[in-house]
Design a protein around this ligand. Structure first.
Ligand code: ADP
Length: 225
C-alpha cells in the first residue's frame, strides 16, 4: 500500500506544482478562462492526493500504526489557529466561521498534530456540507460533569443539512457516506472513521451530538489529565 501510494503521490504532487506555476503566470500570461481551468486541474489533483493520504492513514490504522506523540500543548491557542486556516475556504463557500475563544491557556498532554488533523477534518466537513449563507461555529469548553473524569471539549457546529438519526453511528464507519453526499461534495467516507480512532488513541472520543434537521454538532473530547 505504501509503495503504491508513493508511486501515485510523487507524480500527482509534481503535476500540482506545474499547475501552480502555470496558474501563477510564471511560465507566461494566461487568459482568465485558462487560469480558471488550470486552477480546476490543480484542485482535482489535490483532491486525488487527499484520497490517497486518507487510504494510507486507513491502512496504517488497520496495522495498528497510527502513532501518537504527546507533548504539552496549549489547546486554547491551537484551536483558533486551525479555525484561521479554514477562514479562506469558508469565505469562498460563502459561510461565516467563528470561534468562541473563552478558554485560554489550556495545557494538555496531547498530540497537537493529531488534534489539528481531527479538527481540520470536522471543519472541512462542516464547510463541505453546509450550503452557502450558513455558518460554522467552534466552541471550547471545559466539561467536568458531562462524563466521568475531567474533559476538554471542542465542539464544531454547522447550520447544514444535518445527519439523520438512523445514520448517527454509520458516519464513523469506513467508506460510509450519506446516500446523497456525492451530489454535494466529493469524499471517501474515511475522514470521520480515522478521526474517531485518533480521538480514542488520544484517550478521548469523537461524538455526534445532534442529528436531524438543524445542522450537525460534533464534539472532540480530550482528557484533561
Ligand atoms: P467524506 O466527507 O470524505 O465523505 P467523512 O468520513 O468525513 O467522509 O464523513 C462521512 C459522511 O458523513 C460524509 O460523506 C457525509 O455524508 C456525512 N457528514 C460528515 N460531516 C457532515 C456534516 N458536517 N454535515 C452533514 N453531513 C456530514
Amino acid at each position: 500500500m505504501r509503495g503504491v501510494s508513493h508511486d501515485l503521490k510523487n507524480p500527482l504532487g509534481a503535476a500540482s506544482g506545474y499547475a501552480q506555476l502555470l496558474e501563477d503566470g510564471v511560465i507566461g500570461p494566461l487568459t482568465n478562462e485558462q487560469r480558471d481551468r488550470v486552477a480546476r486541474i490543480r484542485r482535482l489533483v489535490l483532491s486525488a492526493l487527499d484520497t490517497i493520504n486518507d487510504l494510507v492513514e486507513l491502512s496504517r490504522a488497520d496495522e495498528g500504526q497510527l502513532h501518537i506523540t504527546r507533548t504539552a500543548t496549549d489547546v486554547g491557542k491551537l484551536v483558533p489557529e486551525v479555525v484561521a486556516d479554514y477562514q479562506a475556504a469558508a469565505q469562498s463557500a460563502k459561510l461565516k466561521i467563528s470561534v468562541d475563544g473563552a478558554v485560554e491557556h489550556v495545557n494538555l498532554q496531547t498530540d497537537a498534530k493529531r488534534v489539528r488533523q481531527i479538527l481540520g477534518n470536522l471543519l472541512s466537513n462542516a464547510i463541505k456540507y453546509t450550503p452557502a449563507g450558513g455558518s460554522v461555529h467552534v466552541r471550547l469548553q471545559e466539561k467536568t460533569h458531562a462524563r466521568p473524569g475531567e474533559w476538554f471539549a471542542i465542539e464544531v457546529r454547522d447550520t447544514g443539512r444535518g445527519i439523520p438519526e438512523e445514520h448517527r453511528e454509520d458516519i464513523f464507519v469506513e467508506f460510509f457516506r450519506l446516500p446523497d453526499s456525492h451530489t454535494v461534495a466529493s469524499g471517501t467516507g474515511i475522514g470521520l472513521a480515522i478521526s474517531r480512532r485518533l480521538a480514542r488513541l488520544l484517550g478521548g472520543d469523537l461524538t455526534l451530538d445532534r442529528a436531524n434537521g438543524e445542522g450537525s454538532a460534533f464534539t472532540l473530547w480530550l482528557p484533561r489529565t
